[in-house]
Design a protein around this ligand. Structure first.
Ligand code: FRU
Length: 496
């Protein structure tokens, strides 16, 4: 989450419904849909709501032949607050139709002041959602424990297979964190089933230690018991603030190992290792960052073929005043297929369903690919390059201004590295690298060698620009470039 939202959630000192601070834009009706539909910074093939703020993907599920995506959404404006679950449905994880809000706060309920993040499960042939409800404390509670919002774990069961109507279990199923722990943060359940038991990790932080993940178990998803602290910040993890929470944890098997993901300090982290299912202990062996850019609070699901799909919230990197004025904030990443490499590190590739958007294929080699143009900033490009003894540099910029939006480079003095905006990242691929870029509105999603992911935002003022990819490195080292325009997923930029 960005810093202001982080400190807000950390202090939890005010109600979830933030006052809408912008002036002329305060009434959404003053921000006509046409302005949003033509805002060149809005994407054309990434999912986002027609207007307003969104954050974490919630409860993605492939159900009865359709993909359902839910996400944190503020129906009242383009800043974080008053969390609801928006809902969209798709046949292919790429083309989406927006449906009415799926979960809204229930007055008087444990989620009276916000429906926070959560996860889908299937119980007795019915889809359910386990999520965090937040509410303001009563005056007695406030006197006792301060004015922080009260977080508890809740359940809603779908009433139909379209997942358009849910009935909530009235009371929270896990009303409070274990009393013996001095926790800070208690949210984002992500249940899985193993044998007769359901388990869920819950995001937390422990005073003096930092980010922690609590493990609970249940036989019926209604009565839960605390098992133990499943994962925790190690001293080696330098960053620490007293309000640190390891948000949005998720735990799943992948290949011959298990994976734990969680988000903190504006980044989404992974750990892989072995799970002792008997003692419910995870032994991580490798760790890393899922995406080095504006990518947070990811959530996974299985697709129709059993692939593990990773979705992330692509945050804005401009100021809240700017996105508030624009009337929208955030989008969903493209779906990424996650796989396990032999050495226990993760591999990512944009799901093949996105290939259907490609049109006007072009390809060139060496100097003939000196400038690649993606009209309307709506395209994809792949570069196969030799990492030899020559320096390489690929620059992304607009066609109207001299602004440089992003640079991928290689320095032969560090032959095992690729640099993204001059930050070095190790790659295990030997000799050549593959750089895949999806450019959409104000976002470029870059994946290098299937192992370094970077979602980078760029902003410009004025009319629509084309994106130019300029090869400034050694021409002979550019083995092949291929590029495509992408077909927008809707008639305008409202993605409905
Ligand atoms: C992560 C997060 C979650 C929380 C949600 C609230 O971005 O802070 O921990 O459930 O967002 O919107």
């Amino acid at each position: 989450m960005n810093q202001s939202r982080r400190s807000f959630l950390a202090s939890m000192a005010v109600a979830a419904t933030l006052p809408h601070t912008s002036f002329a834009e305060a009434d959404p009706a003053l921000r006509p849909a046409t302005a949003l539909a033509h805002d060149p910074l809005r994407p054309q093939f990434h999912l986002l709501p027609a207007r307003n703020w969104m954050n974490d993907p919630n409860g993605p599920i492939f159900w009865k032949g359709k993909y359902h995506m839910f996400f944190q959404y503020n129906p009242g404006g383009a800043i974080w607050g008053d969390m609801h679950w928006a809902h969209a449905v798709s046949e292919d994880m790429i083309h989406w139709r927006h449906l009415p809000v799926a979960l809204a706060p229930t007055p008087g309920g444990p989620d009276a002041d916000g429906v926070f993040s959560g996860t889908a499960f299937v119980q007795d042939g019915r889809v359910g959602m386990m999520f965090t409800g937040v509410r303001k404390p009563t005056p007695e509670e406030a006197a006792h424990r301060g004015s922080s919002l009260i977080e508890s774990q809740c359940i809603a069961m779908a009433d139909n297979d379209d997942l358009t109507s849910f009935t909530k279990v009235k009371d929270a199923v896990i009303p409070a964190p274990p009393p013996q722990l001095q926790t800070n943060g208690f949210r984002d359940p992500s249940p899985w089933k193993q044998g007769d038991w359901w388990y869920t990790p819950i995001a937390s932080g422990i005073a003096g230690t930092g980010g922690s993940i609590l493990l609970y178990r249940s036989r019926d998803l209604r009565q839960w018991e605390f098992v133990h602290t499943f994962a925790q910040r190690q001293q080696s993890f330098e960053a620490y603030t007293p309000w640190d929470v390891w948000e949005c944890p998720e735990f799943f098997a992948l290949g011959n190992r298990h994976v734990l993901i969680y988000s903190t300090y504006g980044k989404a982290f992974w750990q892989t290792g072995h799970f002792d299912a008997e003692r419910l202990l995870f032994h991580p062996e490798r760790e890393g960052i899922l995406d080095y850019g504006s990518f947070y609070a990811p959530k996974t699901q299985l697709d129709a073929h059993g692939n593990r799909i990773l979705w992330g919230w692509i945050q804005e990197s401009r100021s809240s005043a700017e996105y508030d004025a624009a009337g929208w904030s955030g989008m969903m990443s493209l779906p990424r297929v996650l796989t396990m490499a032999d050495d226990g590190t993760l591999r990512y590739r944009v799901a093949d369903e996105a290939l259907a958007l490609r049109k006007q294929e072009r390809s060139a080699v060496g100097a003939n690919a000196a400038t690649v143009k993606l009209s309307d900033c709506c395209g994809e490009a792949t570069y196969r390059v030799r990492r030899g003894d020559k320096a390489l540099r690929l620059v992304l910029r607009g066609d109207r201004t001299s602004d440089i939006w992003m640079t991928v480079s290689y320095d032969p003095k560090h032959s095992g590295q690729i640099q993204l905006d001059y930050r070095p990242f190790e790659t295990s691929s030997t000799g050549t690298s593959e750089i895949r870029l999806h450019v959409d509105g104000s976002l470029v999603e870059v994946i290098v060698d299937g192992q370094i992911a970077w979602s980078h935002r760029f902003y410009y003022k004025g009319a629509q620009q084309a994106a130019l990819l300029q090869w400034e490195g050694d021409a002979a080292s550019l083995l092949e470039a291929k590029w495509w325009q992408m077909e927008p997923i809707s008639a305008d930029r409202l993605t409905t």
